[in-house]
Design a protein around this ligand. Structure first.
Ligand code: SF4
Ligand code: SF4
Length: 134
C-alpha cells in the first residue's frame, strides 16, 4: 500500500540517509514529492511511502524514534480567484494536469483531486494567486 506523509527533520537528523534506511531495513520505497532541506536547519520532505502495511507502520515508528515528525496531513493548494488573471502559466508546470485552462472559457480550472501538492505552480504565478498552507 501507499501512504503520503510529511516528514519534519530536526537539525540533528537532517544528514540521516532516511530513504536508504527505509529501503534497506523496512523494504519501504520512498518517493520524494517535495523537499525543503537546508544544511543545519529543520527540513521538510513530502514523500510517498510504498510497502507492506506492517513494514510501513514499523518504518514510521522508527522515524519517530529518530525524532523525525511524521504527519499524515498534507497542505492544500489554494487559488485566489480574485487575484488570478487566467494567464495559464501555472498549467505549463503542473505535472498532473490539476491545473488546466478551460478551452471554451479560457478560465483556469483547478482539479484538487489531481493535485499532489508539489508546489511547482506557486513560483510561476506572476500575480501570486497560488499559495499553500503546508
Ligand atoms: S501543487 Fe503541483 S500538482 Fe498541485 S496544482 Fe500546483 S503544480 Fe499542479
Ligand atoms: S499563473 Fe497565476 S494568474 Fe496565471 S492562471 Fe495560474 S493562478 Fe492564474
Amino acid at each position: 500500500m501507499k501512504k503520503r506523509v510529511t516528514l519534519t527533520f530536526p537539525k540533528r537528523a537532517i544528514q540521516m540517509p532516511v530513504t536508504y534506511r527505509l529501503a534497506k531495513d523496512f523494504n519501504v520505497a520512498a518517493n520524494i514529492i517535495r523537499a525543503q532541506v537546508a544544511p543545519n536547519q529543520i527540513g521538510k520532505l513530502v514523500v510517498e511511502l510504498a510497502g507492506d502495511i506492517d513494514q510501513l507502520d514499523a518504518a514510521i515508528e522508527w522515524m519517530r524514534s529518530q525524532h523525525i515528525s511524521v504527519s499524515h496531513s498534507l497542505g492544500e493548494i489554494a487559488i485566489d480567484e480574485d487575484v488570478c488573471v487566467h494567464c495559464g502559466l501555472c498549467t505549463g508546470v503542473c505535472p498532473t494536469e490539476a491545473l488546466t485552462l478551460n478551452p471554451e472559457t479560457y478560465k483556469l480550472t483547478f482539479t484538487r483531486s489531481r493535485c499532489i501538492v508539489c508546489e511547482q505552480c506557486i513560483p510561476t504565478c506572476p500575480v501570486q494567486a497560488i499559495s499553500t498552507n503546508l
